[in-house]
Design a protein around this ligand. Structure first.
Ligand SMILES: Nc1ncnc2c1ncn2[C@@H]1O[C@H](COP(=O)(O)OP(=O)(O)OP(=O)(O)O)[C@@H](O)[C@H]1O
Ligand SMILES: [Mg+2]
Length: 252
């Protein structure tokens, strides 16, 4: 690992999120370093989205600590501050602004946090962001007129507009055709390889995900039950028992 890759960009310490009597995220500790591409897998209701919500300021953790770059403590702070410190995320249900042009959707991301941040190499303008996502020709269309899979790409564009260092992607390949899933995976990989982003990617298409990430966190009933390379995780008996057994059969 180079020094650049070792820089700590996000650290969750014993993060817990409870909704009434339900513990959605249960004392999860995890670190993210610059330049990593990490997957998160686990059964429905495992706490994946809630974990993202907690590490982007969208839900307040019940307990635990969240540190971002330079050791800054953002525990129980709001989404704007996470964005200002380079954490951006997409939502499982795309939240694009239907009446606005694609260009203006990306510009919204820029106004939310991006104007205070250094541009990402090769992704400094709305035009560069839309081109990278294959949406350049649609820049002046309104978001309501593009396909659902293009809306998923646009949501990534809005997140990129905030000029993040860490990009959190929540099931951006859900509902896409097999060819579209592969195209999406290659784009996500390029965000890391060519633009230097740190990427965390939740997806149920485990076989695809494992081909493109270098590390995987496995959540089960709110707990982190594994954290390792794809090769390590697929050999982990608890992971196979909790999730992969069924999932691998379903995708075989
Ligand atoms: N705002 C909320 N209020 C109450 N319960 C919630 C809330 N958000 C999530 N939950 C519950 O927390 C648990 C974890 O949900 P979460 O959405 O994080 O799972 P997930 O791993 O993302 O699942 P999926 O793969 O289906 O997207 C579930 O039992 C869910 O019903
Ligand atoms: Mg989810």
């Amino acid at each position: 690992m180079s020094n650049r890759q070792q820089q700590l960009l996000l650290e969750a310490r014993e993060l817990t999120v409870r909704f009434g009597g339900l513990t959605a995220v249960d004392a999860v500790s995890a670190t993210l370093h610059a330049g990593e591409i990490v997957g998160i897998i686990g059964p429905n209701g495992a706490g994946k989205t809630t974990f993202f919500n907690a590490i982007s300021g969208v839900v307040m953790p019940t307990s635990g600590t969240l540190l971002v770059e330079n050791g800054i403590d953002l525990t129980r702070r709001g989404p704007h501050l996470y964005a200002a410190h380079g954490i951006a995320r997409t939502f499982q249900t795309p939240r694009v602004m239907a009446d606005m042009t694609l260009e203006d959707n990306v510009r919204f991301g820029m106004q939310f946090a991006g104007r205070h941040r250094e541009p990402i190499s090769g992704l400094g303008s709305t035009g560069e962001i839309l081109d990278m996502l294959g949406l350049g020709g649609l820049a002046r269309n309104v978001a309501a007129d593009i396909t659902p899979s293009q809306q998923r790409l646009l949501e990534i564009g809005m997140a990129l507009g905030t000029r993040p260092r860490v990009l959190l992607l929540d099931e951006v390949a859900a509902g896409l055709t097999e060819a579209e899933v592969d195209a999406m995976a290659r784009r996500i990989r390029r965000l890391r390889d060519e633009h230097g982003l740190t990427v965390v990617w939740i997806e149920h298409a485990v076989a695809t995900l494992l081909k493109y990430v270098e590390r995987v966190l496995v959540l089960h009933q709110g707990r982190k039950i594994a954290d390792g390379t794809p090769a390590e995780v697929v050999r982990n008996a608890e992971v196979v028992e909790a999730y992969l057994g069924d999932e691998m059969e379903a995708t075989a």
